[in-house]
Design a protein around this ligand. Sequence first.
Ligand SMILES: *Cc1c(COP(=O)(O)O)cnc(C)c1O
Length: 385
Amino acid sequence: MHDDNKRFSTRCIHAGQEPDPSTGAIMTPVYQTSTFVQQSPGVIIEDYDYARSANPTRKALERNLASLEGGRHGFNFASGLAAQAACIHLLSSGDHVVLSDDVYGGTYRQFDKVFRQFGITYTRADLTDLKSAEEAFKSNTKMVWLETPTNPLLKVIDIAAVARLAKSKGALTIVDNTFATPVLTNPLALGADVVSHSCTKYIGGHSDVIGGALICTDDALADRLRFTQNAVGAIAAPWDSFLLLRSTKTLHVRVQRHCENAAKIADFLAEQKQIERVVYPGRTDHPQHEIAKKQMTGGFGGMITAYFKGGLEPARTFLERVKLFSLAESLGGVESLIEHPAIMTHASVDKHLREQIGLTDGLVRFSVGIEDVEDLISDIQEALG
Ligand SMILES: *Cc1c(COP(=O)(O)O)cnc(C)c1O
């Protein structure tokens, strides 16, 4: 179905998918093939010549995600970081990037340890503050890279304002929409040029696939991304594409429940004497709550950050005691996860940089799942007890 004027939940289930033309199978099959037979040299069906360039299972997923983000073109990759790397290939040696100061650890590592070697430099900036954002631009700035809500501090960045600023400076705006998901935020509609996803998280939603995606609307930009996807080659596999297509069918209902559960747990945590501060964009005490209300539609996400009084030791004890929340990296699955960013996901960020932005040792990150919220609250209560 290429009909993009349907509402979001309908597009989750149908966009990009038609009954299989050869059998009528309602689910897009796993086209586990490396090549396609040509009728005559160069005479191919659609654009299927070799499965790195195009594969029908992957293409259905790419169309589905493009529709969910309100874009025209989607590209799926083997991981979120592979998607990001393909996007950064839009740049050349000598270009400069304004990078949000609170990004996924692997994103920071990719800019700092991989692309810097090729002469692509970056400046980190607090993009919740437009003045500090503007100061980070240089004459050779070609790209602004941000996530919102950020990981793990859950700062909310005004995408429209940053995209306007970037445009005035001739730079592209790339938004990693992994945390908000297309259910809650569509960055392209707010002026972003490319949306990046780790499909490993909410889009996959079942902690069983590593995957990534890029979505854009501009045709010229899409041509360059398609070229890199094929030329560098970190494509999504057919089987993973199939699993992700199955996942997007329930994305809207899953995210809705993640949001409901997280809102209740954030309020519960805020009342506990062991907790110094809770960060959740849906709470009125969140510093960017007004922007979150304007930018996020239908909820504030499933992620919560809490600072434990007394730092590392009480946080560690709590993390050892929880039972229903599993202590693990990653997020966005139906099951609740919990982790310690300073030791786990963000260990690749230098300690002084972590402390500069408030990513301290007492900080615990919750990825609230879709279990019964009363059971989750009891688990937290017992672990705090
Ligand atoms: C996990 C994650 C990534 C990286 O994705 P992978 O699929 O693990 O490669 C990028 N950005 C954010 C916000 C993430 O949470």
